[in-house]
Design a protein around this ligand. Sequence first.
Ligand code: AHR
Length: 328
Amino acid sequence: MKKLLVLLMVLVTVAGGMVFAAGASEVAATGSDLITVGYSQVGAESDWRTANTESFKSTFVEANGYKLIFDDAQQKQENQIKAIRNFIQQDVDYIVVAPVVETGWDTVLTEAKAAGIPVILSDRMMKLSDDSLYLAWVGGNFLKEGQDGVSWLNDYVKKAGRENEDLNIILLQGTIGSSAQVGRTQGITEGLAKNPRYKLLAKQTGEFTQAKGQEVMESMLKAYSDIDVVFAENDNMAFGAIDAIKAVGKVPGKDIIIISFDAVHEAFNKMIAGELNCAVECNPLHGPRVAEIIQILEAGGKVEKIMYVDEGVFDTSNAKEVLPTRKY
Ligand code: AHR
């Protein structure tokens, strides 16, 4: 879009019908009336992430007036910084970033600001020295998600009549320093600290992947013989933990209560099978939300700086009924 305006500005200053005609056909041929969006994606570490990528790829299509430049950073901040610099060089209309970690973005976002390219953050947040370096953020409330997970455990303990039992708890964390990890860990650990019966035995990162979640759970099962509850900061780590628990002859969902985050399709299957007890929702369908922000900006409107998405909590009592309505 920006390129179209530049071209038209050049054309009105150039005399001669031939030049105008040639320029006009070039606009049509390159389709430069599209809004170009560079999306720097974290990676492909989880089912949630795959659904998020799909949401952007299916929203930012030519038929909707967009050209999407998609970059998968493979969970590395340096790749995201490179991608953002490439977007700046390509003079995109908007830069969208799902930042792998919270810190270390000031320099590259200052470069984007100097180039006059608006930056929208999606999914995870950044900690910046100057909030004017981004225009808006849309995503889930990770702190609340963590708190909701502990509330579910509190309810479960009451219903199961286990209030007088000490419960040994393991926390599988996401990528350390990502706002999804920081918020959920805070919500979970602060919530657990309110009940002296809850014993947090250990917390360790499983990097939001199934393989690492399984590996860490295997080592936890070796180190602690009496684990009652596992919090996994995403579904894929919970799936890995379920496999590790089965491998030592224990029954996931019964011998060990498992609470996870995201609530993707497979989490519902696992809840229906009784292997996962609770999945706190984190909605990945941010493509249309970011497109809406861009449309408002294109129309000259203003958007809220921080936009939280509504999210629910699901468990074995409602998984079967809810599964058919799930979009990811
Ligand atoms: O930032 C959202 C988190 O990132 C999701 O919980 C997780 O599955 C993903 O990798």
